[in-house]
Design a protein around this ligand. Structure first.
Ligand SMILES: C[S@@+](CC[C@H](N)C(=O)[O-])C[C@H]1O[C@@H](n2cnc3c(N)ncnc32)[C@H](O)[C@@H]1O
Length: 213
């Protein structure tokens, strides 16, 4: 069953204000306790958007803000595909075309791609609002080629998220605060051994490389 947060993301009004208002506000909320999230986010995205002829998948791309950023230095046949299940978000995404992006509707639990397809698979600011999120991590790993990278930005439990009122709001909206090792452990179980996790303020950035079999 979709969570309240997922319902909101399917709403055309929320989609319309997402890029300019909602995402920046959430990034600020993630920065509670320090100024680091926005800065780290910039560096993380710049690294992932490095030049090359790469195939990138941006899972739960919303209006495509990051899909476009990831695509900006691609060369040759490099492409960035954004996938989301909200038609309202995708309508925003295709509103600002970029010659190296493609947007498709799909469910993160069942990515419509063969195994070992992408050089980079990103999933930003989404896992915490997807019910039953851990199987999505298996899907991210499945579609990444051996040696390719999986990049995740999501929530983590902190002193702030342990405040009872914050937990209550989380439960009511379907927002999940991941335990410190929940994401990294699932990546390990999916067969990934090179994992870097950086906890910044109220969020975590994870960069993992799929093993060569
Ligand atoms: C908070 S937005 C994040 C958008 C973008 N990744 C960013 O960082 O700005 C979360 C997105 O996840 C999408 N989403 C939620 N559940 C999904 C699912 N099961 N499959 C695909 N997309 C999903 C929502 O429609 C929404 O666009």
């Amino acid at each position: 069953m979709p969570s309240l947060a997922q319902h909101l993301m399917a709403n055309p009004v929320v989609s319309a204000v997402y890029e300019g208002l909602w995402r920046p506000t959430f990034t600020r909320i993630f920065s509670l306790g320090g100024p680091g999230t926005a800065e780290y986010d910039k560096a993380f995205t710049a690294y992932l958007a490095r030049t090359g002829e790469r195939q990138i998948l941006d899972v739960a791309c919303g209006p495509g803000l990051y899909t476009r950023r990831l695509a900006q230095h691609l060369t040759g046949d490099g492409r960035a595909i954004g996938l989301d299940f909200s038609p309202a978000m995708l309508a925003r995404a295709v509103h600002k075309p970029h010659d190296r992006t493609t947007f498709i509707r799909g469910d993160a639990h069942h990515l419509p791609f063969p195994d070992d397809t992408f050089d980079t698979v990103a999933c930003f600011a989404a896992l915490y609002l997807i019910p039953d999120p851990l199987p999505v991590i298996d899907e991210l790993v499945r579609v990444t080629r051996p040696g390719g990278e999986i990049a995740i930005f999501t929530s983590v439990q902190t002193a702030v998220s342990r405040i009872p009122g914050v937990q209550l709001v989380g439960r009511m909206t379907g927002y999940h605060f991941f335990g410190d090792d929940e994401i990294t452990e699932r990546l390990r179980q999916a067969g990934v051994s090179r994992i870097e996790q950086t906890i910044v303020d109220q969020g975590q950035f994870v960069l993992a490389h799929k093993d060569h079999s």
